[in-house]
Design a binder for this molecule. Sequence first.
Ligand code: NCD
Length: 309
Amino acid sequence: MSLQQRHLLGLEGYPAEDIQTIIDTAFTFREVLDRPIKKVPSLQGQTIVNLFFENSTRTRISFELAQKRLSADTVNFSASTSSLKKGESFKDTVQNIEAMKIDACVMRHPTPGAPLRLTEYVDAVVINAGDGTHEHPTQAILDMTSLHEKFGYLKGLKVGIIGDISHSRVALSNIHGLITMGADVTLCGPATLIPPHIEELGVKINYNLDEVMEWADALNVLRIQMERMGVSLFPSVREYRSLFGITTERLAKHKKEIVIMHPGPMNRGVEIESAVADGDQAIILDQVLNGVASRMAILYLLLGGKAES
Ligand code: NCD
């Protein structure tokens, strides 16, 4: 069992059978995470460097835990405390790290395409942990694993992606992945936060949240990425909340069983009301656990680990 591509840079053009293999393998690792001793020797002797050029909480911890659960050796690099601050180039930094003999790099970077560039500089396997507004493939895979766990299928599943689509790498990777897996995707948010021509990727757009909720099996609710906006692209947080916020009141008007997802970090009271985030319909913390299992699957499949015991 292995994947067709050597690196995981994005889900655009990524083969459906490989996405399915990762999801199936993630379920196997979910069982490991439920054991009293949550560790297998699959990646013993492999060294993985986590290169974080941008802030992260859960993605970084999730990757690190996944590596430790697979018995890999891990090293963490943080741009804010590195020699980049002394003027060293990106190329020199990563080539020096690779000279210390590593097998894989997990990279988060504010510039779209940085992980692709990294593949030109190093021989190690490269996994994109989020590159600017471009892609965040492991997040989309954990989202799909969570949907698969909840519904048992992805083909024909109706998924609404709500909010700031323009600045969201989570949205783009989810769109590519879900469309590849045969799901139906509708985007909903302020017109200023939905990129023109995005329908060409095979999605629908509906600016009316209530209509989308009436239709959807699941909603993936996104954070407004204020830090990526030069100017405010909607009039006020209050208006955003009233048009696009997921509230208990709104949920009560619709089908009872809509599943609510959020990649985190959440802005409670803006895109999602606290009671919804903590409510029965939310699978937000399942996503976090599936994140560890999905990243274990990705690392295991890309690094060719031996069968786990
Ligand atoms: C997202 C990210 O960093 O792209 N978070 C995550 O990885 N779980 C989404 C966000 O920042 O809103």
